[in-house]
Write a protein that binds this ligand. Structure first.
Ligand code: ZN
Length: 242
């Protein structure tokens, strides 16, 4: 099986289409949450996902768009974009988002939007936080999103610490027996200084991971955001990847 692993689409349909085209063939999409929030095409992104064989989690922005989270935890721009999203969502899209879990186990992989310890909110940004999270899932590998930064944390049980790898890696990485927390990065709002959409492919027949970036026409998404009156800082950050 060939799985397309994506996260944090954030209503950026142009970036999502670029990833789907670049990934070519896959059997199923695993989406780690935050389909909406920030971007201009929340309904279209959800409907595009529904066309595909997929599983998906809900993230904090999805919950906020459903009124399940207090927006006071968001910064001003995120709050403004989320209020716009709330008003925009079609009833059927709301119902779909409502049905999504924040974490699940699929084919012996643990999937969580933010972290296995705190699936909605915790940011796994460093090896210390990653190390603490290995006690909170049973599978060999856990997949997370939420930080919008592609990263791999590999557990070193003897040394009681994690090694950190930054994708994209020059070669594909074997699926081994090592315990890892893997973040494929963000499709719709990368924050590692590279504006290209980020994603991963898991090929269980070849037993390998590949981590990829694909350029997309950022200016089309920016123009759509301007037309919808979304916050300027959110529009500008897309071309910076920050
Ligand atoms: Zn996000």
């Amino acid at each position: 099986m060939r799985y397309l692993i994506i996260s944090d689409i954030h209503a950026n349909l142009v970036a999502l289409e670029a990833v789907l085209a670049d990934a070519q063939e896959f059997d199923q999409v695993w989406c780690l949450g935050d389909l909406v929030g920030y971007g201009p095409n929340p309904n279209e992104c959800v409907e595009r996902m529904q066309d595909l064989p997929h599983i998906s989690l809900a993230g904090n922005h999805d919950w906020a768009a459903l009124g399940k989270l207090d927006l006071r935890g968001f910064n001003t721009d995120a709050r403004e974009a989320n209020l716009w999203t709330q008003a925009e969502l079609k009833p059927a899209v709301r119902e779909y988002l409502q049905s999504l879990p924040t974490h699940l186990v699929q084919d012996s992989f643990h999937l969580a939007h933010a972290s296995p310890r705190e699936p909605v909110w915790e940011y796994i940004l460093d090896a210390g936080v990653a190390y603490a999270n290995f006690a909170h899932f049973q599978t060999t590998v856990c997949l997370v999103g939420h930080t919008h930064i592609p990263i791999i944390f590999e557990l070193d049980e003897q040394q009681q610490r994690c090694d950190t790898w930054i994708p994209p890696l020059p070669e594909s990485m074997p699926v081994g027996t090592r315990r890892m927390i893997i973040n494929p990065g963000s499709v719709g709002q990368p924050r590692d200084g590279d504006p290209r959409a980020s994603y991963a492919i898991l090929d269980t027949e070849l037993a390998q991971w590949s981590f990829r970036r694909v350029a997309y026409p950022v200016e089309i998404t920016q123009e759509r955001m301007r037309a919808r009156g979304l916050p300027r800082r959110l529009i500008e950050r897309l071309e910076l990847g920050r």
